[in-house]
Design a protein around this ligand. Structure first.
Ligand SMILES: Nc1ncnc2c1ncn2[C@@H]1O[C@H](COP(=O)(O)OP(=O)(O)OP(=O)(O)O)[C@@H](O)[C@H]1O
Ligand code: SF4
Ligand SMILES: [Mg+2]
Length: 362
């Protein structure tokens, strides 16, 4: 089995390359973030660590959308912050066009950051209420004046408002004068201001009404085409992720459980956790609903400060056996599917990976 927990070229080659998507723009290798747990007031002593991200590896290709799904607390936002270098990694690497950005600082980091931008979850709290929309969208130009010199900023911001479907005349309005969907468009315009190549979207539509969600998702799809953007799209709603993603990664307790194309993950999942998540997705067709099996997971997600030995999913897995408590499964094409030309032959971190169709095929 190929071990993608290690940084080597064979591993990179083994990672799923989406057809026709070109080169990886971001290569994440064995990324870890352990937050120290301390005790004591005057003399702080480390007594443990919250393993928020515990060895995550994946590639992001130019122009693709990689969806990341998983329950609350599994480490999605921490991965996003590590990719933006807003948090320093405990270990591991993030290569942007071959350069490890986890080790950068100062001007080199600033130059890379220009190309990797973020759109946040909550358009109500992520925009400064005391700043005009023009100042919010144009703020990145204060740090990177080379992109838009002072005299050109107003025109640039108005162009961006137009690009995200807002009236350029709204430039002097304040965030409270906009709806939730419009505010998220402002957040996207700000994310686009520096002409980035990658946009990390952390639950960008979760705070919006369902009807508005589709509009924002469609806008993001249009912008991706127009500017050849690569998206890392984090969400807990599997239907939305499927709609927008070329590939999907499923996270559990700081690790990647399974990763593949949207067809592989949604129609041919092999990891029990993915299967359980998918079985809970609402099915609109009543006939299909009647025939599908619902997998109910028992027990709570264990604490990332004290994850189970071996497979971290084993305390909730209906297939767990002795081996699962002793041996940590590697994220790789499972031995039984290796060399086979089947959609089940994709990366899955399970000793007993097998196909189980949980979402009815239409
Ligand atoms: N600064 C921090 N210090 C200590 N623990 C942290 C810190 N930030 C996050 N964590 C912990 O790390 C784990 C992962 O958190 P994270 O916010 O990445 O999860 P998430 O998948 O984004 O969850 P959600 O879906 O709720 O947004 C959680 O257990 C969280 O409590
Ligand atoms: S390795 Fe074992 S516990 Fe983990 S998902 Fe597979 S069967 Fe379940
Ligand atoms: Mg989060």
């Amino acid at each position: 089995m190929a071990d993608i927990g290690k940084n080597d070229e064979a591993v990179a080659a083994a990672l799923d390359a989406p057809v026709g998507r070109g080169e990886p723009i971001l290569q994440v290798r064995n990324l870890q973030k352990h937050f120290p747990l301390t005790q004591g007031i005057l003399f702080k002593k480390q007594v443990g660590a919250v393993k928020a991200v515990d060895g995550v590896s994946f590639d992001l290709y130019q122009g693709e959308t990689l969806g990341i799904v998983g329950e609350s607390g599994c480490g999605k936002s921490t991965v996003a912050k590590l990719l933006m270098n807003l948090e320093r990694a405990t270990a591991g690497e993030v290569f942007y066009k071959g350069q490890d950005i986890t080790k950068l600082s100062g001007r080199a980091l600033k130059a890379v950051r220009r190309n990797i931008q973020m759109v946040f979850q909550d358009p109500y709290t992520s925009l400064n209420p005391r700043m005009t929309v023009g100042d919010i969208i144009g703020e990145p130009y204060d740090i990177h004046p080379e992109v838009a010199p002072k005299g050109d900023r107003r025109r640039k911001v108005q162009e961006l408002l137009d690009v995200v479907g807002l009236n350029p005349e709204y430039i002097n309005r304040y965030p409270h004068q906009f709806s939730g969907g419009q505010r998220q468009r402002i957040g996207i315009a700000r994310g686009l201001a520096l002409n980035p190549e990658i946009i990390i979207c952390d639950e960008p539509v979760s705070a919006l009404d369902v009807s508005v969600q589709a509009q924002v998702i469609n806008l993001m799809g249009k912008l991706q085409e127009e500017f050849n953007l690569s998206y890392l799209f984090i969400a807990h709603d599997l239907s939305i992720v499927r709609h927008i993603s070329d590939r999907v990664g499923v996270m559990y307790l700081g690790k990647m459980a399974e990763i593949g194309t949207d067809e592989q993950i949604y129609e041919h999942p092999t990891h029990p956790y993915t299967q359980a998540l998918l079985s809970a997705v609402p099915v609109p067709d009543p006939q299909a609903r009647a025939h599908r099996e619902r997998i109910i997971l028992t027990g709570d997600v264990p604490s990332p400060a004290n994850p189970p030995s071996g497979c971290s999913f084993r305390t909730r897995c209906w297939k767990a056996q002795e081996r699962c408590s002793q041996e940590t499964p590697i994220l790789a094409v499972p031995a039984r599917f290796q060399g086979q030309n089947t959609p089940a032959a994709h990366f899955s971190a399970c000793h007993f990976a097998e196909e189980k169709q949980v979402v009815p095929v239409h």
